[in-house]
Structure formats: structure tokens, C-alpha cells
Write a protein that binds this ligand. Sequence first.
Ligand code: PGA
Length: 253
Amino acid sequence: MKRFKKLVVGNWKMNPETLIEAKKIATSVKRAAKSLKRTEIVLCPPFIFLSSLLTGKSKGISFGAQDAFYESAGPYTGEVSSRELSGLGIDYIIIGHSERRARGESDETINKKVKVTVGDGMTAILCIGEKERDHQGEYLHFVKKQIISGLKDVSKKSLDRVVIAYEPVWAVGAREAMPPREVQEMSIFIKKVLRDLFGVLSDGVRVLYGGDVTVGNVLEIVRDGKVSGLLIGRESLKVKNFIEIAKIADSAK
Ligand code: PGA
């Protein structure tokens, strides 16, 4: 059975303001990534910085984009295609982040983006997560539906190029992460939905957690939440904290 590394993904969102700052963060993270044993760091800066930061292979680190358009070329003002990103040497694409869904990105568009990303040989980080919790378990149906529609017509064979990032929307950008026991429950639930959809997966599918991950809670989330990695927003721009988070995740059993 293929052993995946843990993933620590830094989603820089629309930050930082300058290339100088972006280079500073990426250089420090690249240096630190070399000492990680079981973990791969994925930096996802804004599109405009990608080609300057991608300066050849470096141990323990890859680059990702925060979105990709599904058509490969044509009259789509403002879009950047999956094909273009793959040509640049990008390995991962974040798809369906809650901040994009909140601004109107539909399940159908997300599904097209997932398919084209895996088709172009990259790994899709499909973001899912409920907006709120209820006592009747409606949120489970909501998450299940996001998985089913996000992975519609994706073949079982391409599933090793899909990572699920579970991010309860109420924890993203908030001051409260999900308790590790609930993270574990969700990770089990997501894997069950995948098994029901695709049958037993020999390689498994990595499930990440995102939403207020910090130096203070990362150990519990990885160890007790039993996730294969993390999607990190704010703390990924604070170099010292981000490196510390990656080291703790790396050492967590
Ligand atoms: P946060 O964001 O770590 O700042 O909560 C997570 C995300 O948006 O992926």
C-alpha cells in the first residue's frame, strides 16, 4: 500500500502585498521543509507570485494554486487555466474553498475544476465543510452532498490525486478550531462516504482538516483527530508559526 506523506498546506489567500515579502516567506519555509521526514509542505500563494517562487525542485516542498479554471484556453478574461498551471510546474490546486463558494462558486463548477485538475496530472485539494451544525445531523447530508457532487465522474483510478480538505466554515478565519474528537468523527464519515462511492480504496484518500489551526492545537488535531494533514490560512503567513506547525505535524504519530 502506498504511504502518503502528511500534507501541510499554506493557503496565503490574497496575501502578502509584495513579491519581496512572498519570497521572504517562501525562502524560510523551503529551508525548514528540508528537515521534515514524513511531511510535505504545499505553499499556495496568489497566482502572480507563483512563477517567481517556483525555482526548481526543493526537498519537502511543493507549490499549489488557490483555484484553476476548467477550460484550457480561450476567451475567459481574468481566468487562469489548470493546463497553464500544470505547465508551470504546479502540483496542487485548492478547489471549492469556502470563501469562493460564499461568492457563488457552484458544486457543478467545482466538479469541472476537480476533473480538469486531476486530468492535467495535478492533485485537487477539494474543500468541503458545513456552514453550521444542527442536532438533526443535517450537516452530515450537506457534507456528503458536497463530496458526491465534487467527485462526480471522477474515476477510482484518479482518486490518488484527490485530497479532501474538511473545513467547517464556522472555524475558518475564526478563533475556535473544531475539537479533535469531532475532527476524527468527520474524517471517519468522509472516508465512509468515499468507500460507499468508490468501494475499498487500496491507497486511501488523504483527509485534511482546516479552520483555525495554530501551534497550540496542531498536535491534538493531527494525533487525536487522525487527519493526514492540515490546510492553514492565517498562520501560513507567519513564518515562525507555520514552520513550527509543520514540525509538530511531522513528529505527531
Ligand atoms: P484559517 O483559514 O487557518 O485562517 O482559519 C483556513 C483556510 O481558509 O483554509
